[in-house]
Design a protein around this ligand. Structure first.
Ligand code: ARG
Ligand code: ZN
Length: 880
């Protein structure tokens, strides 16, 4: 915790490390109250650096001893300023021995070495290693690690670290030890250790080159019945990376450890991935379909990091998207390939588009907007964002769209050929893509350097006599903090043209036949693309498969959108047409609701929904996506002045209308999409459950008694968590008389399942009937724990981020609550506090009355004298 003005760090100020580290030997005497860390490192001066002092970072450490080449250093031989320890006049080659103390059980920030439910866990990315020992804790310093762990055998029977186990044994006095060696040089952020009482599911797995690897999933006793899906996902990930990218597991052993106290999703430490339990534990009784899918994606993500992140890592933290954007892209492709069918892939893609619009576009339009490769930061932990991750993945996807799958693979191969074992920059990835394909991708660099969501405006003109269709595309990008003016991006716009029959017309430009989807490259502020031989006036299908992370504007008529909604061969754009139809209406309804007028919904729209709902040729999963309305925050994003209550009223009205006017069809769908028999998490069953439960939700949005009876019946008879929470959700959101009792029953049955109790809190936190007073009451529940990130997210963050009506209550009570919780959390865990502080990002877009309250709350937080850099950065950017 610092009270001085936080320092901004700039990308342009990068300098190479003064010393390089060859080997690190770490000895741990693990004790929750007082852990001794002995660190012996061999270093040598870096010829590429002008700087001659040794620079080591340390935080919350007690320095016990420091020796250089065998000689103890006294107070005059080094300087400590803040987190930096400097040694001047050191020789070329150095052996440093450093002994420090830390207190893992007092570490509530969950960064560095901490205790979770009695177990030792580490989290070192981004800068947690410096909370374990003094070290040149920066990703471009890569070294070989040997780790000796010593701990009480009874309390910590399992001792794990990176790489291979080379020795273990007894120490007498009830303690034991284990020695681990990691053959691969790695940056300190990939270091990990676990000392714990755990059990594992393990398996030998044959790799493509014939080697066998030992795979383990470590969990607390009692959770062994929930490890199977993670293990299956791990095996599928290994296979997929071999097949799609020719990348093999480079270790004999690969471990996953689950912990209930974790700041994020998971961490790719070399050979020893550490996961939030949320992304490991699953069986049908406790986990939903979405949980199953999340586990597959995150297990894949962390595994894929072994090449994109670990073998090739980042030069500095500004390059974070080099590994994160690329690895998210890889996990997205993996998930798509696991579903296999083209419509399944589209549903997967639609989910990605929704996340972008729901979270990333707002970030890009708010006070924390930053380029995919930021130019500056105060606290790097604040930049593990949807922009770096998800927009970063879109940027990687655009290479594939521009170069084709094969071209992209060539680029990947060249990237590894050039950079295996190195710490590099985003530009190096771009060069590999360009060079492997003989393409100039200079302009593409702007996707890394310019923030904000580009807007692409399209206009079409059909010339009947010339049989040409001219598509005029223009682009612009709104100003963002520090970037008032933007240069044109290199944007791939995938386009199709639909004839009156709904079929794709063949596309020809400049005599070149382009099939039925053409990838147009928009590189200037304005360009015309002329399609020839166009037999009829077409309806354009623009930005197919969401080929670029942009806002696409085109003056579609209702008739055109209905045509696309019924016929577009590109499922993502088919869905998109439906979203446009709904959004237009939702915005109008919101206006009417704000003015206190009478709400109504046109037949045309209801009929279009009916058609999709009852079209059995369409996958249930796709139908569910197409029938799902844009969320309240997506609607808010389209408004100049946001009024949360009218938005809610409008959307609820629309849901109730659909529920009532399609009552029979929804009921029939509900009945026909049952998945009897044993639970299976395959895409087909997941789709059926999703559609069935959406039907239930729509039925539940009407006052009809029948729907509530169905929900109650489903709640009682459910054989899996997906159906159970869907039914409970329907009861809660309808404010049904049966809801309180169902909530109690749910709690009693799953009291011992922490992840299910998280759902119990989250469902209540997001109910429109839950006000601040209710949240405060829930915080007093014995199961609530301010120190557990999952619990905080499920109650406090869910309320602030996903209960807009109550969070934005007219009396400002939601904001006052927010300020209070941010301050309280900041004293425990700055990363979690900082995430929560982002709930106020868009405060300038609300009505003046709400704005005044929001400003007051922000100022209250900013006015705290003791505030972490994390929260300080977010609130000061919000207020500036
Ligand atoms: N590298 C991890 C992942 O994406 C996330 C680490 C997040 N660290 C943080 N300080 N927020 O898999
Ligand atoms: Zn990652």
């Amino acid at each position: 915790m610092r009270t001085d003005t936080p320092q901004t760090i700039y990308r342009k100020d990068y300098t190479p490390p003064s010393y390089l580290v060859d080997t690190v030997e770490l000895g741990f005497d693990l004790d929750p109250a007082r852990t001794i860390v002995a660190n012996r490192l061999t270093m040598r001066r870096n010829p590429a650096s002008a700087q001659r002092e040794i620079e080591l970072y340390g935080e919350e450490l007690e320095l016990v001893a420091l020796r250089l080449n065998g000689k103890t250093l006294g107070k005059r031989d080094y300087r400590i300023e803040g987190n930096l320890l400097r040694i001047a006049h050191a020789p070329e080659e150095v052996t440093l021995e450093i002994e420090t103390l830390c207190a893992p059980e007092k570490n509530t920030a969950l960064s560095g070495l901490y205790v979770s439910n009695g177990n030792f866990i580490t989290q070192c990315e981004a800068e947690g290693f410096r909370r374990i020992t003094y070290f040149p804790d920066r990703p471009d310093v890569m070294a070989r690690y040997t780790v000796m762990l010593r701990a009480d055998k009874e309390r910590f029977p399992v001792l794990l670290s990176n790489g291979n186990l080379v020795e273990e044994g007894e120490l007498g006095d009830g303690r034991h030890y284990a020695k681990w060696e990691d053959p691969f040089p790695k940056p300190s952020y990939l270091f990990a250790l676990v000392a714990a009482k755990l059990v594992c599911q393990e398996e030998k797995f044959q790799l493509a080159d014939g080697r066998e690897a030992l795979l383990q999933v470590w969990v607390e006793e009692g959770n062994l019945d929930k490890t199977d899906h993670a293990m299956q996902s791990l095996k599928r990930s290994i296979r997929w990376d071999e097949e799609r990218y020719g990348l093999e597991l480079d270790l004999d052993r690969f471990m996953i450890v689950a912990t209930g106290d974790f700041n994020m999703g998971a961490m790719e430490n070399k050979g020893l991935n550490i996961f939030n339990t949320k992304y490991v534990l699953a069986n049908p009784r406790v986990a939903t379909d979405v949980d199953f899918q999340g586990i597959e994606a995150v297990v894949g993500h962390e595994y894929f990091h072994n090449w994109t992140g670990n073998r090739v890592t980042c030069r500095d933290w500004f390059q974070l998207s080099l590994k994160e954007g690329l690895t998210v892209f890889r996990d997205q492709e993996f998930s798509g390939d696991m579903i296999g069918t083209s419509s399944g892939r589209a549903v997967n893609r639609i989910d990605q588009v929704r996340t972008l619009r729901q979270v990333q576009f707002p970030e890009d339009a708010g006070p924390m907007a930053h380029p995919v490769r930021p130019d500056s930061f105060v606290e790097i932990n604040n930049f593990y964002t949807v922009t770096v991750y998800e927009k970063g993945a879109e940027v990687v996807r655009m290479y594939q769209t521009l170069l084709g799958r094969e071209g992209f693979r060539k680029g990947m191969d060249l990237y590894f050929e050039r950079h295996d074992g190195q710490a590099v920059e985003c530009d190096d990835f771009r060069s590999a893509m360009a060079d492997a394909n003989g393409r100039n991708l200079d302009q593409f660099e702007r996707w890394y350097s310019q923030s904000g969501t580009p807007v692409v405006q399209a206009e079409g003109r059909y010339d009947e006599s010339a049989r040409t269709y001219t598509l005029k595309l223009s682009q612009s990008c709104p100003p963002t903090p520090g970037q008032p003016d933007k240069l044109p991006f290199h944007i791939p716009v995938a386009v199709g043209l639909l004839g009156a029959s709904g079929r794709d017309l063949p596309l020809t430009i400049d005599g070149k036949e382009l099939g039925t989807t053409a990838v147009l490259e928009l590189t200037e502020s304005e360009q015309n693309f002329v399609f020839s031989g166009v037999a009829e006036s077409p309806t354009p299908s623009l930005l197919r498969d969401f080929s670029a992370p942009v806002v696409l504007k085109y003056g579609y008529s209702d008739a055109e959108l209905l045509h696309l909604f019924s016929h577009d061969s590109d499922p993502v754009n088919r869905w998109e047409a439906g979203q446009r139809l709904s959004m237009e209406r939702l915005l109008k309804l919101t206006e009417v609701a704000a003015a206190g007028g009478e709400l109504s919904l046109d037949d045309t729209f209801v009929e279009a929904m009916r058609k999709i709902l009852t079209d059995d040729t369409l996958d249930p999963a796709f139908r569910e996506q197409a029938l799902l309305l844009p969320s309240e925050s997506m609607i808010a994003d389209q408004m100049d002045v946001v009024q949360p209550l009218p938005i809610h009223t409008a959307r609820q009205f629309m849901r109730a209308e659909i529920g009532a006017r399609l009552h029979n069809e929804l009921l029939a769908t509900y009945r026909s999409q049952q998945t009897p028999g044993e639970y299976s998490a395959d895409a087909e069953s997941i789709g059926r459950r999703a559609l069935k439960n959406l039907a239930l939700a729509y039925l539940g949005a009407t006052p009809a008694e029948q729907a509530l009876a169905l929900a109650q019946e489903q709640f009682s008879n459910a054989t899996n968590m997906t159906d159970r929470v869907a039914a409970l959700g329907a009861l809660i959101h309808a404010n049904a008389p049966a809801a309180p009792d169902a909530l109690n029953r749910f709690y009693d049955e799953f009291e011992d399942e922490a992840l299910v109790i998280d759902k119990w809190f989250a469902m209540q936190a997001t109910a429109a009937t839950t006000d601040v007073a209710k949240v405060r009451k829930l915080m007093k529940h014995p199961a609530f724990n301010m120190r557990n990130p999952n619990r905080v997210r499920s109650l406090i963050s869910s309320f602030c981020a996903a209960n807009p009506v109550q969070f934005h209550a007219a009396d400002g009570s939601g904001y006052a609550f927010w300020a209070e919780q941010v301050i309280a959390l900041d004293a425990l865990n700055p990363q979690i506090a900082s995430r929560l502080s982002r709930a106020m990002d868009r405060w300038r877009r609300y009505t003046p009355e709400l704005q005044a309250y929001m400003k007051q709350a922000l100022e209250k937080v900013a006015g705290q004298t003791k505030l972490s850099n994390d929260v300080r950065e977010v609130v000061s950017k919000a207020l500036s």
